[in-house]
Design a protein around this ligand. Sequence first.
Ligand code: IPM
Ligand code: MN
Length: 359
Amino acid sequence: MKLKIAVLPGDGIGPEITEQAVKMLKSIADRFDHDFHFEKASVGATAIDQFNNPLPEATLDLCKESDAVLFGAIGHPKYDNDPSAKIRPEQGLLRLRKELGLFANIRPVTTYSKLIDLSPLRRERIEGVDMVIYRELTGGIYFGEKSLNEEDTSATDVCTYSVMEIERITHLAFKAAQKRRKKLTLVDKANVLETSRLWRKTVTAIAKEYSDVQLDFLFVDNAAMQMILNPKQFDVILTENLFGDILSDEASVISGSIGLLASASVGKKNALFEPIHGSYPEATGKGIANPLAAILSAAMLLDHFHLTEEAKAIRDAVEISINLNICTQDINNEYHYSTEKVGDFLDGLISEVDNSFIN
Ligand code: IPM
Ligand code: MN
């Protein structure tokens, strides 16, 4: 298969982890005889430094004309500590999601048997967890009107959802549930928010088209608690933008590290693949960032193009590296492998070469 892949490493650890993901895709292309073409572009704080724009037009154009986007991470502390900054790195990612129409963000959460006892959560609670979060990505409070009054004494963020925005992701979530354990949980705050009530009404109506799927509802505060108390109850979680952002970071504790959670953001035409974690500025350049979330995002990219065997080759390699403790220190303080060493080990497995150099 021929694919043009835009690579947007972004900020902080973004370039280091993306490099490993690209390495995997190159090995996959070699082994399975595909033609993957990679082109890099600038985004985020890096793009602000260079072009005074977190999403330069050339980057946007490249993404639009590519088959897929591989995204690293975004964000820089100098903006986090400056609330009055008008141009911010995150605007680059948000605009990219909007411009590409990436309305559904898919975040799978599973466990690895080797890591279960490293979790702060008890084995019996998390063993066997297998869920996927469908997070709406181009609406809600993230994209509503924002304002700050002149005296800086009052600020507003508006949360809006249209039926159309709710419907399109709901269909995807139901279809995913049909292929899984046939359970869909809508997470909202319908006891308080009007937008949440619209979500409930819309999702309930659509449920009639998917009668084989069991639909239930949870308020987001309760869902946050259930995620820790009994995460096995979840199959597909469907939720709005902000709730999905928060719940997926929480869910990463189940897997063992936020450095393991991958995501796919899809729309009608384009697709983008990125780890759910941020730019981890403290780790930049130290070689300690976990490349697995980026690598597993590359596996989701392959799945998106129905390259199932190829995606499996990556996931199997990840599983092997975890089983052999070839991991970065976020997984366990005793592990000392660098970002690049983990990537090299996986690369060796994928290209089926001798890996004995690793120890
Ligand atoms: C994520 C990130 C982004 C979000 C930030 C960087 C804008 O936290 O992808 O989860 O909030 O969507
Ligand atoms: Mn997030």
